[in-house]
Design a protein around this ligand. Structure first.
Ligand code: ADP
Length: 663
């Protein structure tokens, strides 16, 4: 079993009680170690060099130096706690893998003893207490590492330290005992050598160089902390603007101001846009003094190849000062919008897209307008990207809110419609029901009623019962249509057959011969329609029913059809009847609209017919509308139906089965 002393530093302090340990930051130790190693590399003598690293990975960073040191002297010992392939080896120099539970794992040593000089660094890492919140300073963790120990050129101390370390070497690698004794001889032989042979100048110079390098690293770290802080502050102020308001305009206002200030940009723009937009009117901008404003300008997007590039790639684009007409972006050539740049004195251009789920929502632009060349700093692009992300969130939130408002309004409107519908339906059903009730009551309570009156009562009750049946039927049809649950069976059909079916159903219902004269001008040569025959017959029947209902028996009804120039057939049902006033031409399609009001109904009907027609025609992909020259001047109902796409290839094959509602 190898016996391990607790610590080289402790052993050294125990044997040389006059030594006063000091605190060193890690960066100082790095500078000192490098300066000591360089001293060996610059010298001509062959010193004993012993270096102990806490971990293999720390050694790896310096391994190349030890290879070079091994060219100068044979007495090189490197100790480290192995992590991957560090092991006891005798290659160009000796490596000693110590147990990671060894106190050496907490220490950092470098000892150099030569005939001309000696130096040693014997330190132990101190556990540093981190105050709560201290880590938020984002200091590189290495910078806060502290060590306690001795650094000196004093030969006696260096020799003692070397002796202690060599004892460790032999403990781990007993086979090296002879080589180590040779090293110890060097130590003893050189015991009287004096440091005064060495010029401390080069050492001090190297030390300063390394300290400067460390300082520069620190400066860079501080710069990145400052940039990070600025970024966080900006993102925070924009996030809180988003929290305060759901209005994108307000958020853009804050964002463009803050961003312009943080970047000290000549011109900064934020706008909403889609990838397909041709232009956008600019409303949010921040400017440096002397730069022309773009507020209110229609900003070209479709013709700006920079915008197009960003919209397509959804990535930031940083164009430095580019005097040529074409700019090489990686492998791609992008046309430079020279005219736009000259007009607005843009010398360098930065665009960062606002994207949500691959959808372009907006753009942040920064323009450099001075005469000097300008390169966009990577950290600025990162900052703008962070802000563009926040803006994206704000826009999506605002959109969701607006949709919610819309939905609320729609729901409120639906609720009003539902209440109206319940009231109207209730009224429409109650009216015939009361008539039926009165008739039946009279019939049952007055057995002596004259036969003639009995017949009147019975027929009135039957008529109203039929009206109720129709009303309920129409109401159910309309609800079904409005719910969107209808399965349309679209197929190529001859319109003429639908018209014939509607006419024969009308005639079978009106056997008393009070119908006006009906003429159909529907050529069998017309192209086929792509439709659901049963529903087409239903619409035509209702329109013909109405035309006959509102036209004197002496009047005329005409049904015609012709292609309307596009991909539709247009069907027109005209009559010479009572006509419709111009301000009612749309209202007639409302549910329960009847000109004379529900109670003074002279013509029968439910007031739902045209509402049903509009739903059906829309479902079949067409349009329906009414025209009339005014009261008593007849009406025309027009509807369009899509022509079958197969029309050119095949001729009619289907036959129409009959009206939907009357099956
Ligand atoms: P109904 O015919 O059952 O009353 P509709 O919805 O079919 O219900 O028609 C609604 C209203 O539109 C009718 O009450 C009538 O006032 C008007 N209307 C419909 N067609 C015509 C027409 N051809 N001529 C004049 N008015 C019409």
């Amino acid at each position: 079993m190898i016996s391990r002393s607790p610590s080289i530093l402790e052993d050294l302090l125990a044997s040389l009680p006059d030594l006063r340990p000091q605190i060193y930051f890690k960066s100082s130790l790095t500078a000192l170690s490098h300066a000591m190693e360089d001293q060996v590399l610059a010298g001509v003598d062959q010193p004993v060099v012993i270096a102990s690293f806490q971990r293999e990975r720390f050694y790896r960073q310096e391994a190349h130096r030890y290879l070079r040191i091994a060219d100068r002297t044979e007495q090189v010992y490197v100790l480290a706690a192995p992590e991957t392939d560090f092991a006891n080896r005798s290659d160009r120099y000796e490596t000693i893998a110590f147990d990671k539970t060894d106190a050496l794992a907490q220490e950092w040593h470098l000892v150099v003893v030569s005939a001309h000089y000696a130096a040693c660094l014997i330190c132990r890492e101190r556990q540093v207490y981190t105050a709560p919140g201290e880590s938020s300073l984002h200091l590189p963790p290495d910078q806060s590492r502290r060590f306690e120990g001795i650094w000196t050129f004093e030969r006696s101390v260096a020799c003692k330290a070397a002796e202690l370390l060599l004892t460790k070497v032999v403990l781990y690698r007993p086979e090296l005992v002879d080589k180590v004794s040779a090293a110890q001889t060097v130590l003893v032989d050189n015991a009287q050598a004096s440091f005064s042979h060495v010029d401390p100048g080069p050492f001090a110079e190297r030390l300063v160089t390394y300290i400067q390098a460390g300082q520069y690293k620190l400066l860079k770290a501080y710069r990145s902390i400052a940039a990070q802080e600025q970024r966080e502050r900006l993102v925070n102020s924009i996030t809180s603007a988003i929290r305060r308001s759901l209005d994108p305009d307000e958020i853009f206002k804050v964002a463009v101001q803050e961003l312009g200030q943080a970047l000290d940009a000549c011109r900064c723009l934020i706008y909403r846009c889609r990838a397909t937009d041709v232009t956008v009117t600019l409303q949010h901008e921040s400017l440096n003094q002397g730069v022309e404003s773009l507020i209110g300008q229609r900003w070209n997007l479709a013709d700006n190849s920079l915008f197009q590039w960003v919209a397509q790639h959804q990535e930031p684009l940083c164009m430095p000062h580019t005097p040529a007409d074409v700019w090489l972006l990686g492998q791609e050539e992008v046309a430079v919008p020279t005219e736009q740049m000259q007009r607005w004195a843009i010398k360098a251009w930065l665009m960062v897209p606002v994207v949500h789920q691959n959808r372009l929502l907006g753009m942040v632009e920064v323009h450099h307008c001075g005469d000097t060349a300008h390169d966009w700093h990577e950290s600025n692009v990162g900052l703008i990207e962070a802000i563009a992300n926040q803006i994206g969130v704000a826009l999506i939130q605002a959109e969701a809110y607006a949709n919610l408002e819309d939905l609320n309004q729609q729901l409120a409107a639906l609720d009003r419609t539902r209440s109206n519908l319940i009231a109207i339906t209730g009224h429409e059903l109650r009216t015939p029901l009361s008539t039926i009730q009165v008739c039946l009551e009279s019939l049952s309570t007055e057995p002596d009623m004259p036969e003639e009156l009995r017949q009147v009562m019975l027929s009135t009750a039957l008529t109203d019962a039929e009206r109720m049946r129709k009303l309920i039927q129409d109401f159910l049809t309309l609800s079904q249509l409005e719910s969107g649950r209808i399965q349309w069976h679209l197929e190529p059909l001859p319109l003429q057959e639908c018209v014939d079916l509607a006419l024969s159903s009308l005639r079978s219902r009106q056997m008393d011969g009070t119908l006006p004269e009906i003429t159909a001008q529907v050529s069998p040569e017309l192209p086929l329609i792509q439709s659901d025959g049963e529903w087409v017959v239903e619409v035509l029947s209702k329109l013909l029913d109405n035309a006959c209902k509102f036209t004197e028996p002496t009047g005329k009804v005409l049904i015609q059809a012709q292609p309307n120039g596009g991909k539709m057939l247009e069907v027109t049902v005209s009559d010479t009847g009572r006509g419709i006033e111009s301000n009612r031409l749309e209202t007639v399609f409302d549910r329960f609209y009847q000109e004379e009001g529900a109670l003074r109904r002279s013509t029968g009907g439910t007031g739902l017919g045209l509402a049903i027609c509009r739903q059906i025609v829309a479902g079949l992909g067409g349009r329906i509308w009414a025209e009339s020259a005014g009261k008593d001047r007849g009406s025309q109902f027009h509807l369009t139906l899509p022509i079958s796409p197969s029309e050119k290839e095949e001729k009619p094959i289907k036959t129409v089965r009959g009206s939907k509602a009357r099956r």
